[in-house]
Design a binder for this molecule. Sequence first.
Ligand SMILES: *Cc1c(COP(=O)(O)O)cnc(C)c1O
Length: 223
Amino acid sequence: MTSDTSIATAIADVRARIAAAAKSCGRDPASVHLIAVSKTHGADKAAAALAAGQQDFGENRVQEAEDKWPALKAAHAPRLHLIGPLQTNKARDAVALFDVIHTLDRPRLAEKLAAEMQAQGRSLSCFVQVNTGREEQKAGVDPKDADAFITACRDEWRIPVVGLMCIPPVNEEPALHFAFLREIAKRNGLAQLSMGMSDDFEIAIALGATHIRVGSAIFGARA
Ligand SMILES: *Cc1c(COP(=O)(O)O)cnc(C)c1O
């Protein structure tokens, strides 16, 4: 169990590490957005992070987020980021609850998200997830299809694509994947990069991350 004070302390520590990492590569620390990944942790933990001034939160399951967030959202207006795979039959609920989607990775989902945003009169910033390691079991568009998919998201479905996201394979050097993602973003004119987690966010910042997704370093180990 992590107490409220330790969550506040952990957030302060992570923020200090972000500032140090940004400064050491000549970046403005304010250009790195910290997303506190509260998946599997209860509303009490999320509330403690909110009380510590944390504004951006990541969840990987729509249903879990719907159980946890509505009251906190009404009271504190945090920004909610969906960082897990999205089934098309959950697109409606996701558009209603979340502010940012990090896992846009296929045409059927793009089509559904576009229709739901239109129907609900909401515009969610979206990151296209790229499967940089080309892992069979992992979500994300294949790197060779990324350019065409990004173009279609913008031109065909008019989705506000703001950047790219990746989750490097567990046993590989993350820097290679972060640099690869940055290249794909650059040639597509995308400014934002969602990359870096508890174990590698400093490397991600050095390679241009604008959004880091940090769970265990803030909330402790997940069950
Ligand atoms: C769980 C998760 C994180 C956070 O991982 P930690 O190692 O706990 O920081 C980041 N991104 C995604 C996509 C996740 O599912």
